[in-house]
Design a protein around this ligand. Structure first.
Ligand code: ADP
Ligand code: MG
Length: 635
């Protein structure tokens, strides 16, 4: 016996045990879903074999009829789900069954609240597949052999779901996997053929792989044969091939759960059949809730590719652009070759056409939702808005359509949760206003209360409040909407165009002249930190603020880059001061150079703090502030 064959008993990852307990507790009310999960795994394994066998026929091992079988043994109290699919090697088993994909697990635990009701909802999105067996079983035995390996490379995995499992090599003549559930005492309902048939047709009808059970209901004129006869239980018509009018919402929802591993109904679906020289069917879903790995860079895309009803591959990233990575579903092509590989997909015109059309369909469906059901659209936006914001940069051709779907917090509303569209904004623009004003900051509050907004607030001009990280990238590609350019209120000279009257403009020029001496003096003190000091047109209440030049990187973006460990170019800001503010007046009259210096630096640091920035030398700021306060107090 080789060392490999020896029986080992291993502990689950700590997380696995916790997930297991949570799964059992929280999914119990819906316990029959374990069968869907196990049949779905078995069917996936068979599909994988079919795909690999396209290039290596020997994998069929003279057993080319792929299928899933469900059998039960009343006396032993076991229920077995078998497949003659791809199977697993010993390493496959330890890697996939003893662990949970690590990034998913981490996020799951970050999101866990300890509140059982909430956490059970999370379980749904997390997708616990195989582990759902422990809802009804107190022991699970898995016997498997990877296709193409010799009989002696079979593997047996046994666990009672209590923190450890054993694994050993066994002899397994037949290829594929048997999952044997030793049912808990009170789960005898899953040892009834009728009940099992019901569950299978409810959950697995649309699985194209045959799901078989032993024939046990014989007619009066039929004779029960000596050896077991098997019959197909699921109808296996690919749901997406049926016509829309024949499919109920419930069937759509059930199918969605099958393809997405989600436990909740989807938000919406689009289902289309396209005829012509590139024939295909697409059935796409937008989930109701964002999955855990939405922000995972390696996140798999959710659209499965079929060719003439045969499953080809999962996670085909060519089928949806990155900014639509939340879309789940199926594309079934009549025209692609069966042995299509990822490489072929990369440069396939047919695939490109399919993707473009599908993107338009999803955008169209979202547009309709936004029009007809604002509340539901807002739910979509709360879940996936940040992803959609990647769209204008990624998909130039659909920029207009995507822009119309964007939503932002705005000074028009009191609450950050209330959002406006760009069209709403444009419709409300003041007479003479020709720009869409926005501010970026790293929190909603920092945006809403930024000093940069003061004069616009006073004049009643709406400003969009952008505080998602992705917003900085969004505004680099979304530069106009409906012919109006987007303008940051923290960049360049604030040009209010027609919104400013002649008098105001003149008084500004005059002010710059009047306060030239002050500005020069401040420039002396702050020359290390700022490019220029000028009189502000933005401020009404605050003494000072910082702006950058039109084409410089915004301070917020520089902070975002720094926080993710990237270099940001060191651009000095321009400091603007409010000449009518009492502190600035005070400064102007300050004869003591040291005090002038302290006060100027404090104003600069305050301006940084007010826009959510961090001070290079916070201790120096505190020291200066304290000394100024003491002087005020007459000490
Ligand atoms: P998921 O199906 O979402 O990947 P599961 O927990 O259901 O998650 O399954 C985990 C993994 O275990 C699968 O991805 C697959 O690699 C492996 N697996 C489970 N069941 C089988 C099976 N019957 N045949 C081959 N591999 C399987
Ligand atoms: Mg699964």
């Amino acid at each position: 016996m080789t060392v490999e064959a020896q029986k080992e008993t291993l502990d689950f990852q700590a997380e696995v045990s916790q997930v297991l307990n949570l799964v059992i507790r929280s999914l119990y009310s819906n316990k029959e879903i374990f069968l869907r999960e196990l049949i779905s795994n078995a069917s996936d394994a068979a599909e994988k074999l079919r795909f690999e066998a396209l290039t290596d026929e020997a994998l069929f091992e003279e057993d080319p009829e792929l299928k899933v079988r469900v059998t039960y043994d009343k006396e032993a109290g076991t229920l077995t789900i078998s497949d003659n699919g791809i199977g697993m090697s010993r390493q496959d088993v330890t890697e996939t069954i003893g662990t949970i994909a690590s990034s998913g697990t981490r996020k799951f635990f970050e999101a866990m609240s300890g509140d059982q009701a909430k956490d059970s909802e999370l379980i749904g999105q997390f997708g616990v597949g195989f582990y759902s067996a422990f809802i009804v079983a107190d022991k699970v035995t898995l016997k498997t052999r990877r296709a193409g390996l010799g009989h002696e490379h079979g593997v047996q995995w046994v666990s009672e779901g209590q923190g450890s499992y054993s694994i050993e090599n066994i002899d397994k003549p037949s290829r594929g996997t048997d999952v044997i559930l030793h049912l808990r005492e009170d789960e005898n309902e899953f040892l009834e053929g009728f009940r099992l048939r019901n569950i299978i047709s409810k959950f697995s009808d649309h699985i194209t792989m045959p799901v078989e059970m032993e024939k046990e209901f014989y007619g009066e004129d039929e004779e029960k044969p000596e050896t077991a006869e098997y019959e197909r239980v699921n109808t296996g018509t690919a749901l997406w091939m049926r016509s829309r009018s024949e499919i109920s919402d419930e069937e759509y929802n059930e199918f969605y759960k099958h393809v997405s591993h989600d436990f909740e109904d989807p938000l919406l679906h689009v289902h289309n059949r396209v005829e012509g020289n590139n024939e295909y069917t697409a059935l796409l879903f937008v989930p109701a809730r964002a999955p855990f790995d939405l922000w995972d860079r390696d996140q798999k895309h959710g659209v499965k590719l079929f060719v003439r009803r045969v499953f080809i591959m999962d996670e085909a990233e060519k089928l949806m652009p990155r900014y639509m990575r939340f879309v789940k579903g199926v594309v079934d092509s009549d025209d692609l070759p069966l042995n299509v590989s990822r490489e072929i997909l990369q440069h396939n015109r047919k695939i490109d056409t399919i993707r473009q059309a599908n993107v338009k369909r999803v955008l169209g469906a979202l547009e309709k939702l936004a029009e007809n059901d604002k509340e539901k659209y807002q739910e979509f936006w709360d879940q996936f808005g940040k992803v959609l914001k990647e769209g204008p940069a990624e998909d130039f051709a659909n920029k207009e359509k995507i822009s119309a779907l964007l939503r932002f917090a705005s000074t028009h509303n009191e609450q950050d949760e209330q959002t406006v569209s760009l069209a709403d904004y444009v419709a409300r623009m003041r007479e003479g206003q020709d720009k869409i004003y926005y501010i970026t900051a790293d929190s909603a509050a920092a945006a809403r209360f930024s000093p940069h907004l003061e004069v616009l607030k006073k004049k009643g001009i709406e400003v969009l409040l952008l505080s998602d990280r992705v917003d900085e990238w969004l505004v680099t590609s979304l530069t106009e909407f409906d012919g109006k350019s987007l303008q940051s209120v923290a960049k360049g000279e604030l040009d209010l165009g027609e919104l400013e009257d002649k008098e105001e403009q003149e008084s500004q020029e005059q002010q710059a002249e009047e306060h030239k001496a002050l500005l020069d003096r401040m420039q002396q003190v702050l020359q290390e930190s700022v490019k220029e000091i000028r009189i502000s047109q933005r401020l009404t209440d605050s003494p000072a603020c910082l702006v950058v030049e039109e084409h410089d990187m915004s301070a917020n973006l520089a902070r975002v880059l720094k926080s993710v460990g990237q270099d940001a170019p060191q651009t000095k800001p321009i400091m603007e001061v409010n000449a009518t503010h009492p502190l600035v007046v005070q400064l102007e009259n300050e004869a003591d150079e040291e005090r002038f210096g302290d006060l100027s630096k404090v104003l600069f640091d305050q301006a940084q703090l007010a826009e959510g920035g961090q001070l290079d030398d916070p201790a120096a700021f505190v020291r200066r502030l304290n000394s100024l306060m003491l002087k005020l107090a007459g000490q």
